[in-house]
Write a protein that binds this ligand. Sequence first.
Ligand code: F6R
Length: 366
Amino acid sequence: ELGGHAHYMLKEIREQPETIHDACRGRFRRAEATAQFGGLNMTPRQLRRVRRIVFAACGTSWHAAMVGEYLIERLAHLPVEVEYASEFRYRNAPLDDRTLVFVLSQSGETADTLGALRESKRQGHPTLAIVNTVGSTIAREATGGIFLHCGPEVGVASTKAFTAQVAVLTLLAIHLGRLRHLSFTDGLAAIEAVEAIPQALGEVLAKIEPAILKAAQRLAQTKSVLYLGRDLHFPVALEGALKLKEISYIHAEGYPTAEMKHGPIALVDRETPCVFVAPRGALHAKTLSNVEEVRARHGTIISVGTEGDESLEAISDIFLPIPDVPEIVQPLLAVVPLQLLAYHVALLRGCDIDKPRNLAKSVTVE
Ligand code: F6R
């Protein structure tokens, strides 16, 4: 079943070019420069009436939702809120009839996410789900939704479900954008950017492991790591930190890059490495000066950046390159080196990767 891979987590990381492809299969509609979904159970007219979106989820699914927030705001200009399902279900958050609620869950069985779904439905709102497991409780109770089609995820640390969620959310952002102000040309460019990801990710996976191994050696003995990213890469930084915590038991924190100077920089010294998620984008020059600030304090710098970005490579101890792709699809590539990094650090520390302590694959109690 492992097909020659040492762990399910590694198998699932390496499967991602195919699973992203599977998550998008049949959902491109090039002639209209948009994406389509069979199961939303909402008409274009109903979707155009939506004025606000709420995403409720836990853990990695919550991080994927946050990437979705940035994408939907960018492509569809719709306000989005991302809620921890455990908070949302008891919080009495005001929802009106132009708010659309989505819950996101790989397993479809997470108790808090199911609680959020039931609370939203109880208030009379159509509540959609983005789920991997067909036939799960959340899939059955939602009023409609999107399946991830990425195959069963066995490793306790979620990997391929994250990229499948982000791929589907990118398509959802394009779909909602095209119902509003996104032009044909921009819609088509976005569709083409998503279509090109499986191949680009294959290239990353084929080349990156030697650099990851070096980075893993730098982290294996450390006590604490900061992960920094901004814009679409802030949730990627959070996800990288969560992966490291879950399977290697090293303390890690994700922060928005520019927020660093408001506190966390106090932690940076020779013993505290920083992982920057910094592919080229509109704010790149600002990120480079944040990297310099860490360098000045002698912290080890590991960075995920765009291939050929010599300015970033020159100030990083270890540079993890990804191909040059449009910003909206960068998270799909940038998260993968972080998954592999967590994997290799855990391996060096002799941890039980597919069964990390205190964690279960799906959390069916509150
Ligand atoms: C992270 C992880 C957990 C889950 C969370 C939600 O690697 O596995 O944080 O993401 O428990 O699970 P689902 O998506 O099944 O609702």
